[in-house]
Design a protein. Sequence first.
Length: 220
Amino acid sequence: MINIKAYNEVLEELSVNKVTLVAVSKTKPNEDIKAMYELGQRDFGENYVQELVDKQASLPTDIKWHFIGHLQSNKVKYIAPFVHLIHGVDSFKLLEEINKQGKKNHKIIDCLLQVHIAEEETKFGFDEADLNLLFNDGLSQLKNINIKGIMGMASFSEDSSKVRKEFEVLKEIYDKFSLIKNTNCHFSIISMGMSGDYKIAIEEGSNMVRIGSLLFGKRS
């Protein structure tokens, strides 16, 4: 059951700041997605490949599907034909596979690079040194990807100052790498902020947030 009141409140906040909402629909039934679709929502985020494939096949064709989970290289082929944006690209190996599948499908696949900003070891992502290497050597050969920007997740913490500092770091990294001119890099997206911290993220410069539980209720 979607929370229409919360959805409208979030949309109002985001529209003022020109922030894109990705409604995180993972584990949620098609009926909930259809209900939000009827309200005008088009960007939805999934983090399980098979679930995304199944939903894409049975829901409206104009939905923009975002893959937001940790993507394994051997699963890219299943979503490459239709995915709108792959968040969380965290290795050169994965970029190579996305490029390979883009070529097979005669398309350029939009991606966000995941940057590790949180203290938890469980988070994936590049650090700034990795990004320097990536942009200096390797990216230019990948003709079937388009780096649209970066994303990151802050620590799961009640300490808002800590969360804010991590978002500040991500924004600094975004600003630095957005200056790089590369044929397959067109920075326009900095994705940070989820249900619990999206307001701080927007204050620190996010222009894309991924919100699930606030809109759909707790995960099944």
